[in-house]
Design a protein around this ligand. Sequence first.
Ligand code: HEC
Length: 133
Amino acid sequence: MNRKLILVTALILAMPLSLQAGAISDLQANYQAKGAGPFSAVAGEKLWSKSFTDAKSGKMRNCTTCHTADLTKLGKHVRTGKVIEPMAVSVNAKRFTEVKKIKKWFVRNCKWTFGRECTAQEKGDFLAFFSSL
Ligand code: HEC
């Protein structure tokens, strides 16, 4: 194989990774600008399975309710039954490539699960956790 071809192939293979690193670090920089940080994957992991009681139904909810505790596994939406692709970047290259998508789901899922929006610190910790796997 000639060297140019090898280089192009290597670049293409590296692309999804750099997209993730880009979206995640852009968001974390944004949260840091708001005074949050440093971010911890361990704190993110704890928060991932921390349970909150839903005021209306009295049922316990956490992020694993739909995504499961093992981020490398398929999740399932607790209400619609729809399959949710794994969250771990190592098994799902499509994860965390779009800032807009990440922001949208943080708002929606934090509200549903915690009954409030997540803080900048919490979101930064979640992203540290997601990118550690
Ligand atoms: C009621 C079910 C449900 C719960 C509970 C839930 N999520 Fe999600 N989440 C989804 C769905 C559905 C999607 C969008 C489909 C997809 O990306 O596979 C999603 C996507 C996301 C994304 C976007 C990922 C990307 O690739 O950009 C993030 C971030 C996320 N969730 C974080 C969380 C966090 C943090 C919690 C806990 C506070 C949580 N989710 C709890 C259903 C849920």
